[in-house]
Design a protein around this ligand. Structure first.
Ligand SMILES: Cc1ncc(COP(=O)(O)O)c(C=O)c1O
Length: 401
């Protein structure tokens, strides 16, 4: 038996959540977002379990190369594109689709393709900044670049390319589509989302290009974001992407369950201090459990007294400060608790969103920052089978969620 924290990864739940995505966006192709080690769930195992996705999206070239290295042959999208000449040449040789978010990236791609012609056109997605204010070309710049790429050789600028994009077999670059990222999709009633979707749709339609908009929140709450390609991340892992909606209400199942064990059960008198800084004092004589998990494992150090855990499946509250390797919990509600009992920190029976809210962070951060010290166990890797409800999980409210 493993002693210490274990993250159990339920691959059946992962497949179920992908099926929920398919129901919500039935006409879209799916880039399953597996960046950041599949949000902390193990990129290789998750890629294998998500085999029915149409492709995988990652943030960086390094992540795409890692997937190719383990034999993943599906389409891969690098959402930040190549950040250097070296990254670009590695990506070109591995048949990875690249995002172009800035003009300098486009120049780099065109000049490298000219210097090193590839056997087939390099697919790129032009990223449009519709209001995220992070990566992407502004509208006028995007229009100008698309026109330039579509024009004959003489108009393709400094790179002096030999053909118009997509117009001949020998074109070095294929404009795969337009993508954009939503800034406020987690709020189903936010007016900006419709405007962002509309701007991206208009540009894609104007040039007859495929479109990629929806992240998890967009897919579940904004029909206009259910574009030709969608890019779900957090919903695949069973996290709620929407404010005021639980994952269960969205028919999403938790994929990661983080648990550990009670390694001590102590009796303290009223007034006894617990942990560093003595920030908690026992209000009465009481039993306190010590659990083998701490910030050295990725459990959040700022989790306050009262943050819930499950001991023997029952709720108990964290007491005092989180240490590097341990936390203390109030065992008054569970008198039968004893050393060796399993303690769930989040996952099955305890939504990660609840813990995140206590800590003042989001489900994404808790899931993707577990430390390498945590043992990760992948369960139910074979035999996909899932039953999902047939209605879209979120009805868009008139006024707020
Ligand atoms: C460009 C882009 N698309 C899609 C996603 C997936 O988002 P989510 O996990 O909210 O579904 C991300 C995640 O950060 C992203 O950066």
């Amino acid at each position: 038996m493993i002693v210490g924290p274990v993250a159990q990864i339920d691959l059946e739940a992962l497949r179920h959540n992908l099926a929920v995505c398919r129901v919500a966006a039935p006409r879209s192709k799916i880039w399953a977002v597996i960046k950041a080690d599949a949000y902390g769930h193990g990129m290789g195992h998750c890629a294998a379990a998500l085999d029915s996705a149409d492709g995988f999206a990652v943030a960086r070239v390094q992540e795409a190369l890692g997937l190719r290295a383990i034999g993943i042959s599906k389409p891969l999208l690098v959402m930040e594109g190549a950040a250097s000449e070296a990254e670009l040449s590695a990506a070109l040789s591995m048949q990875v689709e690249l995002t172009i978010h800035s003009s300098w990236q486009l120049e780099m791609v065109l000049s490298q393709l000219q210097a090193n012609p590839q056997p087939r056109p390099q697919r790129v997605w032009l990223k449009l900044d519709t209001g995220m204010g992070r990566l992407g070309l502004q509208q006028e710049e995007a229009v100008a670049q698309i026109k330039r790429l579509r024009s004959p050789a003489s108009a393709s600028g400094a790179t002096q390319h030999t053909s118009a994009l997509g117009s001949t077999q020998t074109s070095p670059l294929e404009l795969a589509g337009i993508m954009t990222h939503l800034a406020n999709a987690d709020d189903p009633s936010h007016p900006m989302t419709a405007a962002q979707c509309e701007q991206a749709r208009a540009l894609a339609e104007r040039f007859g290009l495929p479109l990629s908009i929806g992240n998890s929140a967009g897919i579940l709450a904004h029909p206009a974001a259910r574009s030709d390609w969608v890019r779900p991340g957090i919903m695949l892992y069973g996290g709620s992407p929407l404010l005021n909606y639980s994952a269960a209400a969205l028919d999403l199942r938790p994929v990661m369950t983080l648990s550990s064990q009670l390694i001590a059960v102590r009796e303290f008198e009223a007034g006894a201090p617990i942990g560093y800084g003595s920030t908690y004092r026992c209000p009465e004589s009481m039993r306190v459990g010590v659990v083998a998990v701490g910030y050295g494992d990725g459990y959040p150090r700022h989790a306050p007294t009262g943050t819930p855990v499950l001991v023997r499946g029952q709720r108990a509250a964290l007491l005092g400060r989180v240490s590097m390797d341990m936390i203390s919990v109030d065992l008054r509600p569970i008198p039968e608790a004893e050393v060796g009992d399993r303690v769930i920190l989040w996952g099955q029976g305890l939504p990660v969103e609840e813990v995140a809210e206590q800590v003042g962070t989001i489900n994404y951060e808790l899931l993707c920052r577990l430390s390498p010290r945590v043992s990760v166990v992948h369960e139910r890797p074979e035999h996909p089978s899932t039953s999902i409800r047939e209605t879209p999980p979120v009805q868009i409210p008139e006024q707020g969620p």
